[in-house]
Design a protein around this ligand. Sequence first.
Ligand code: 13P
Length: 251
Amino acid sequence: MRKPFICGNWKMYKTVAEAVAFINEAKGLVAGTGDVEVGIGAPATALKSLADAAKGTNIRIGGENCHWEKEGAFTGEISPGMLVEAGCSFVIIGHSERRQYFGETNETASKKIKAALASGLDVILCCGETLAEREAGKTAAVVDDHVRNGLAGLDVRQLQKIVIAYEPVWAIGTGKTATPAQAQEAHAGIRKLLADLFGKNAADSIRIQYGGSVKPENVKEIMAQPDVDGALVGGASLKPDSFAKLVHYGK
Ligand code: 13P
């Protein structure tokens, strides 16, 4: 059985004080989700305080990006080990905003994933097509490219530490969610690819999150799809009550 994983991605929102206030309010609201894993990806400046505030709760804290080297002359970058030291247990890699604005490629994503795993972090690898790519009938090919090349060189044991997030770019922050059927179709395609690459057992145990305008009002129908094992949520993860409704989607 795949344990559902509902994860916030705060992007470039929340100061340290705002992040800690969120946890203090949210921790009671999101308690008791034994059957659902809960996480938040947050800006680097807030991670240490957030992880300290989340100690003893069921909320995992993660970074939104990292570099592939352990240390070095890479101004502005943060290593996987630094994320671990700050209290993170996972990192989001290859988000479409990193690809679109900061030059992330499958190759850099792959290097980051290997470095993150070597430091003991779990990884959420993001994939997904733009609107133009969907309209050109390229959705499956783009997703295949992101997943296949992002995971290149990993073995089945490493795959256990990976979560895939399917995030159609046209659905991010637009209020336009993929229909449950569109999400299911993409997720089933990803699972089939994973079976081809890593074998059926590995593919059946890996979690695939959906991301793109997930809200309390639509989370239930998306989570009802057989190959949707969680959600990666931007805007609707920023308020404790909304986040709590997402993690309690089954109730
Ligand atoms: P929204 O939930 O704001 O559409 O963002 C989705 C996302 O990019 C999560 O990584």
